[in-house]
Design a protein around this ligand. Structure first.
Ligand SMILES: [Zn+2]
Length: 99
């Protein structure tokens, strides 16, 4: 089984040694109720920020694609040095848990 597992991990690995890691989340627009999926690239979207005991901060503005609604939903995430999510804030909507 160990052999098979290694085999599949090799197949799934990107060509570079640095593996991309994504954090995905869902938000619901306050105005129209549309659910929008957001995605952070933990290798590119994080800024170093040592406020509030965190090591990284990421900001993302989401706008829904349907319902002719142009409400901007601003999200802010704080991550630890190991890129574990510590806290998150949202303006213009609310977070919905992924199923
Ligand atoms: Zn909306």
């Amino acid at each position: 089984m160990g052999f098979l597992k290694n085999f599949f991990q090799k197949l799934a690995a990107p060509p570079k040694t640095h593996v991309n890691y994504f954090y995905t989340f869902g938000v619901r627009c306050k105005r129209c109720g549309e659910i929008i999926e957001g995605r952070l690239n933990l290798n590119n979207d994080l800024s170093i920020d040592y406020e509030d005991g965190a090591n990284y901060t990421a900001r993302k503005v989401l706008i829904g694609g349907s319902n002719l609604c142009f409400q901007q939903i601003e999200t802010t995430f704080k991550f630890s040095g190991e890129k574990k999510l510590l806290s998150r804030e949202i303006v213009g909507g609310e977070f919905v848990e992924e199923e």
